[in-house]
Design a protein around this ligand. Structure first.
Ligand code: T4K
Length: 372
């Protein structure tokens, strides 16, 4: 099902389950009349995901933003949290919704992730946690972050929205820190249309998360905490079960796309990109390139709009930086001088189309547009 060369080439395209198989599952749901609130498919998907992702406990959510908000609630995080400006805005919004002050720390240009060596200088008596992001699925330096967290008694919540299936030396990155969150949005490697999850380390914490995502209900008559409603329904759980069966194949196809881009763009002056890291199982969730305007001979934005004019709808994830949005721009750590690497990356990035359905013809078109 390749995209036609005449229709726009979008930055991503959702992985869709087989419609007939999905129809059978819908029939089961209809027959059971159990459509949400921890039904059979929901339970099956949690079990299957925990196995696939090699994590001890996972709780499904309606999207990837509510697990961030809920993790902060569950760990009773207050005061200040150290985070990265180079992410989707939901990362920082989750802090704001909990009345927490975000403290921005610059990134490491080698990965796009928060630079652990700059974290300690940002810690104050009010700091209670660190919220790093495995941006584009590039794993953070989780060992160094953990050392710092332990030294200062801080919690670590990873926004792992991009890191589905990412492993380092055979171990899931989702096991790092106190908790990790995932997004199963349509645009992600694995999607349940909308959806997300929270990974925890022990049964007691999972239980607490499951109460919190269901209004705080412990049983029919007891509410143990001021929870929210963020439950995944049976229809999306069934869809997720089907997509899980084909996600490995989708990641292989994405890898082929990444290899083709790397091969096609390797000799283009002024264009750079990430390489695979040793020992890492990447998921190829995005393919960002970085434009050095002087060497390339054209600005990032000129190339971006040129591609758009030719029907290639790439995206500038993550430009502008979160610190440029009015809610956050007045914060002391949002100043430009504090975040030189993040600004450089935001000002030079283009995320090229990257998905399992990208045809060779379209790949060639994209590469030749960049080469021209
Ligand atoms: N943390 C991080 C680090 C995140 O990146 C995100 C979300 C979150 C937290 C929060 O997770 P969620 O609450 O969203 O689960 C998209 C997504 O909406 C968002 O999930 C994602 N990150 C962010 C990076 O990208 P947009 O506004 O750029 O998406 P949109 O609608 O412009 O779609 C992009 C392209 O994808 C379209 O041009 C075509 C294609 N597409 C999209 C949809 C929705 C399809 O082909 N079919 C579709 O159904 O935000």
């Amino acid at each position: 099902m390749d995209q036609s060369h005449t229709s726009p080439i979008t930055v991503t395209s959702p992985l869709l389950p087989d419609l007939d198989q999905f129809g059978h599952m819908l029939k089961e749901i209809w027959d059971s009349r159990w459509i949400t609130n921890n039904g059979s498919f929901h339970k099956q998907l949690e079990k299957a995901l925990a196995e696939y992702l090699k994590v001890p406990y996972i709780s499904l959510f309606t999207n990837g933003t509510l697990p961030l908000i809920t993790a902060l609630q569950a760990l009773r995080i207050t005061g200040e949290v150290i985070t990265t400006p180079y992410s989707f805005v939901a990362t920082t919004h989750s802090l704001w919704w909990n009345g927490i002050k975000p403290v921005f720390v610059d990134i490491d240009p080698a990965t796009g992730n928060i630079d652990p060596e700059k974290i300690e200088a940002a810690i104050t008596p009010k700091t209670t946690a660190i919220m790093p992001v495995h941006v584009y699925g590039n794993p953070c330096d989780t060992e160094r972050i953990q050392q710092i967290a332990e030294k200062y008694g801080l919690r670590v919540i990873y926004d792992a929205a991009h890191a589905f299936g990412v492993e380092v030396d055979g171990r899931s990155v989702l096991t790092a820190g106190d908790m990790s969150t995932l997004s199963f949005h349509a645009t992600k490697v694995f999607n349940t249309v909308e959806g997300g999850a929270l990974v925890t380390h022990d049964a007691k914490t999972k239980q607490r998360i499951d109460y919190l995502k269901n209004f705080g209900f412990e049983n029919e008559i007891s509410v143990v905490a001021p929870g929210i409603n963020s439950k995944m329904d049976e229809i999306r759980s069934a869809y997720g079960l089907l997509n899980l069966r084909q996600v490995d194949h989708a990641i292989t196809l994405r890898r082929n796309v990444a290899l083709a881009y790397r091969n096609g763009l390797k000799d283009v002056p002024g264009v750079s990109f990430f390489k695979d890291l040793p020992g890492v199982r990447h998921n190829y969730s995005y393919f960002p390139i970085f434009i050095d305007a002087d060497t390339y001979g054209m600005s990032r934005d000129t190339l971006y709009f040129k591609m758009k004019d030719h029907g290639v709808l790439s995206r500038r994830y993550f430009y502008p930086l979160i610190t440029e949005f009015s809610t956050y721009s007045g914060l002391p750590t949002a100043i430009r001088e504090n975040l030189p690497n993040a600004h450089r990356m935001a000002d030079s990035v283009i995320c090229l189309p990257m998905h399992h359905n990208l045809s060779e013809e379209n790949l060639e078109k994209i590469i030749s547009l960049i080469k021209q």
